[in-house]
Every structure is written in C-alpha cells, then in structure tokens.
Design a protein around this ligand. Structure first.
Ligand SMILES: Cc1cc2nc3c(=O)[nH]c(=O)nc-3n(C[C@H](O)[C@H](O)[C@H](O)COP(=O)(O)OP(=O)(O)OC[C@H]3O[C@@H](n4cnc5c(N)ncnc54)[C@H](O)[C@@H]3O)c2cc1C
Length: 504
C-alpha cells in the first residue's frame, strides 16, 4: 500500500525509528512525529542493545545502527554477593545513553525527511492522517481510550531507575543486605562516562525503610512532576557506596515503581496501530523494551509494504511480531519472578548463583553458558560435585552423588519413595503455591504436566520447597528435558530428578 500521510504519536525509540523507516520506504509520504517532551530531555539513563537486536537493525537500516554502535559501550558482567564476585565475558551487549539513542534517531528521522514536533501533547483521535502509529509508551493514552483488549499485570517488587556520573567497569548485579531487608542493584555503564543503577527491592523492605512514605510524599500536592525521591537516593547511595566509589546517585524523575507488563488482545483499531511499550512491555531484567519497540517498527513497515490496505497490513504486522513478543514476555515474566525472589538464594556460592541467573528463564542452557564462560561454569560445577568432565556435562551433573542430612544417594536420578506433589500452576510464588508448600511435611516428589514450561515452573517451586522447608526435593520430568534438570540441579532448584519417558 502507499500511505499519503502518517502521524506517529510519541518520539521514543519505537516512534522515531518507525517514522524514519516509513519515510525511507515511502519518500512521497508525509511523516510527522508528535512528541510531548522536548528534544533533549528524556527520562531514564542507559539502555542495553544486544547483538541479535544490532543484527536486526543492521539489516533494516545500517546507517542508524552504525551511529548507535558508535555511541555505545561494550561491557562484561559481574555478580558480586557477600564479598565474592564472578565475572563473565559479554560480547554481545552495548549500553547506550537514552539521550544519545534518541538524538541519533531524531537526526536520522529528520535526515530522511520526517517532520518532528516537540512540546505538545496530542491525542491519536485528533491527528489528521491516513495511518496513526501510536508509540506513546507504557502509559499510552491511545491504548486506554481504544478497545485493544489491554491487560496489565503489576509486579510485586519495587524498582527505582537512577544513574551515576562515572562508568562502571562492568555490568554489575549485587545485593546489599540491610537492617530493613535486601536491595539489589542491576547497574551497567553506558556512553558519556555514566552508569545506570536500577535498584530493586521487595515490598516489606521498602516499607521497613520508610520508602512507602517518601513515595506517597512525591504523589502529594505541590510536588513538581520531575521531582525525584531524594531520600531514597541518599540512603541507597550509602548502602551502595562500595559500588559507587565515592560518587553519588543521580535522579531524573526517579521514584519507586512496580513494573507493569502490558499485553493487548489486538494491536490495531481502524487506522490506529500500537507499537512498542504502548502494545506490550517486558520486564527490565531482560533488557528488551527498546529492542521490541524498534523491531516492531521494522515489522510494521515491512507489513505495510507487503499489503494492499491498512487492515491487511496491521493483521500481518501482528501475525509476524506477536510470536517473538510473547516469547520474550514469557521469558521476562520468569525473569521478573526470579529477581523478585533473588534474596532467598544468597546462600548459594556466587558462581552457582550465576548459573542460576543465566538459566532463570530457560533461555540459556548449561552447555551454552559453559561454551561462553568456561571458567565460571567450571567453578560452579566444582562447587556442585567435584572436578567437571571434558565430555557430557548434563550426564555428569545427573551422575553426581548427594548427601542430604544423614541420607546418601549414588546419583541425582535414584529417587527414593517420596510423597508426590502434583503441581500445575503459572506462578510458583503465588498464594496458591504458598498453600502447596505449607502442606509439605517430609521429602517430596514434585510432579505435573510434561511440557517444558510446566517443568521449569516445577523446578522453581521445588527450589522454594528446598529453601523454605529443608525437605529433600525431587522433580519429575521427561528425559528429553535433562538439560533443564541439570541446570536446575547446579542452580540449587532441586536435590534429585526423576526421569520419565514421556513426550514433551
Ligand atoms: C527501569 C527500566 C529499565 C529499562 N531498561 C531497558 C534496557 O536496558 N534496554 C531496553 O531495551 N529497554 C529498557 N527499558 C525499556 C525501554 O525504556 C522502553 O521499553 C522503550 O523506551 C520503549 O520505547 P517506546 O518508543 O515504545 O516508548 P517510550 O520510550 O516510552 O516513548 C514514548 C514517547 O511517547 C511520548 N508521548 C506519550 N504520550 C504522548 C502524547 N499524548 N503526545 C505526544 N507524545 C507522547 C512520551 O513523551 C515518550 O517520549 C527499561 C525500562 C524501564 C522502566
């Protein structure tokens, strides 16, 4: 199809990139971006762009990618827990300042002939265009006003996004245990000699520290909309002083928030199509919001080019983008639950914790992680069961003996008679799961459906049982999922595994 006039609502990464790609695809089309903010002012600090994303952007628009990569910084990754650290190489991630990212995208959009309007808040319904691309972010007024079948799931944990004016040498994950509870930093360097600090905690710790009160104060009357939670920042600065090396934390509309996962049954209505955070979000711990928004832009423009009319194009856009969006949202959901329960795992040696982190959503297998970070994995395996082999890692993990209390087992697959516990739930940290765990009396064999998502959830529930009750725990699963079970054993999610010959 050949649109004549397209309006893009929102000048974030999704909107700006869609506008440029549209203008490149349809030079005769008028493309206008409407952004309520000013060009050089944005919330937030740095965002990560992974190698896969860079490849996709390269294929769609090499010029923009080149300039983005030039502003980004590559970094390795360190996890530091109770004074011990483990470092792994990370070749496929760069950190880019959100300001630089937007500056590059604005420049390239203008270069292609897109018109940019700043400083005015607009409504999709009031825009005069054949097509309206609503890239108006997680709080999208377009989504709220329309009938897109939106569902919003709010996380239990609280997080706050701030920065520091020095570059960390690596991305760092580190918890600090305080009198109130545990705060966890996810921090990484980005361009301009700065670092992002994303700090996460649980509701109880947040209340104990009095941050429910500082959050309420910021919602009160007379507080400027751009104000940050300075009391929290000053406290966090003290407890993360080791990481901050004498630097302070910088706020920019920094407040405690709960992550909102947005899902929509439909992404288009009439001539309006949702894109990026307006249509879907994925928890920050998988660092993919910008990626999804920019890949949506690529998918939307490709669909428009291949279709005779907007309805067909929007259907095609949704058909091609939805599977990868939903796959990532599912990974992000598991990742969010893992981080929200992170303090319960601090007793694990940091190398095993790193394996647990990498395998938290079922996305990175033990073999793959051993391929990229052999030293860290070898140490984790030694902690788990002695000198690791050169050969089949998974089988070796399953073959290790276990001593549990006064009982010994020759390997991890010789499961004694245990009380079966049938589990078929989505969230192993839900009240329903709490009730199951409350009923555990002695050793338990956690069973359930044979599909992989159910097995991953069983492993998470088994971990809670081990940690909260100390009971000997075995997980039943098809042999075909031995890789997940091996990662689960090394990560301390279960003591034993019972293999079945079921089809996955
Ligand atoms: C704590 C945190 C950490 C994150 N870390 C990462 C990360 O490491 N990597 C990553 O890829 N992503 C990360 N993200 C997510 C990322 O910031 C977003 O997913 C991404 O910015 C989405 O892009 P977007 O264009 O869809 O929306 P946005 O970037 O939110 O842009 C929407 C724009 O629309 C404008 N707007 C809204 N309404 C109107 C209106 N009515 N009129 C005019 N303009 C309007 C807004 O001002 C805004 O500029 C993180 C998010 C959070 C909250």
């Amino acid at each position: 199809m050949q649109p004549r006039r397209v309006a893009v609502l929102g000048g974030g990464p999704g909107g700006l990139y869609a506008a440029r790609l549209l203008k490149l695809a349809y030079p005769a089309c008028e493309v206008q971006v409407h952004e309520q903010g000013e060009p050089d002012k944005t919330f937030g600090f740095g965002v990560g762009l992974a190698a896969g994303t860079q490849r996709n952007l390269e294929a769609a628009d090499p010029d923009t990618l080149r300039d983005l990569v030039a502003t980004g910084v590559r970094h390795d990754m360190t996890m530091r827990v109770r004074g011990r650290g483990v470092r792994v190489r990370n070749d496929h991630l760069i950190g880019v300042a959100r300001t630089d990212l937007l500056a590059v995208l604005q420049r390239h959009a203008e270069k292609a002939g897109v018109r940019l309007e700043f400083g005015v808040r607009r409504a999709a319904a009031g825009l005069d265009a054949d097509l309206v691309v609503a890239a108006d972010g997680v709080s999208s007024a377009t989504r709220e006003a329309g009938s897109f079948g939106a569902r919003i799931e709010t996380g239990d944990g609280l997080f706050l996004w701030c920065g520091a004016d020095f570059p960390l040498p690596d991305a760092v994950f580190t918890p600090v245990e305080t009198e109130y509870g545990t705060f966890v930093a996810h921090a990484y360097p980005y361009s301009g000699g700065r670092s992002t600090f994303l700090i996460e905690t649980d509701e109880r710790t947040w209340r104990n520290a009095g941050f429910d009160a500082t959050t309420a104060e910021l919602e009160g009357e007379g507080v400027p909309p751009g104000a940050s939670d300075e009391k929290s920042l000053r406290y966090l600065e003290k407890i993360f002083a080791g990481q901050l090396r004498g630097h302070g934390l910088i706020g920019n509309r920094t407040r405690w928030q709960r992550f909102r996962t947005v899902r929509c049954d439909r992404w288009a209505q009439g001539n309006v199509v949702l894109l990026g955070d307006a249509a879907h979000t994925a928890h920050f711990s998988v660092g993919s919001g910008t990626k999804l928004a920019m890949e949506d832009a690529i998918g939307l423009v490709a669909a428009l080019r291949e279709s005779p009319d907007p309805a067909t194009a929007f259907a095609r856009y949704e058909e091609t983008r939805r599977p990868s969006v939903e796959r990532l949202q599912e990974l992000a959901r598991r990742s969010r639950l893992w981080w929200e329960s992170f303090p319960s795992r601090l007793g694990l040696p940091v190398e095993r914790l790193m394996v647990a982190y990498m395998s938290r959503a079922g996305n990175v297998s033990l073999d793959r992680f051993a391929g990229t970070s052999p030293d860290a994995v070898a140490t984790a395996l030694r902690q788990y069961g002695g000198a690791p082999p050169d050969g089949d890692l998974v089988q070796w993990v399953l073959d290790r003996p276990l001593t549990h209390g006064n009982r010994s087992f020759p390997d991890r697959v010789s499961v004694p008679e245990l009380e079966p516990l049938y589990v078929d739930l989505r969230n192993p940290w839900s009240p329903e799961a709490d009730a199951l765990i409350a009923g555990v009396r002695g050793g338990v064999l956690v069973t359930g459906p044979a599909d992989r998502p159910a097995v991953l959830t069983r492993l998470d529930l088994a971990e809670r049982i081990r940690l909260e009750t100390g009971a000997l725990t075995a997980v039943e699963a098809p042999r075909a999922l031995s890789g997940d079970l091996a990662a689960g054993l090394v990560s301390g999610r279960t003591d034993l595994v019972q293999l079945t010959e079921e089809q996955v």
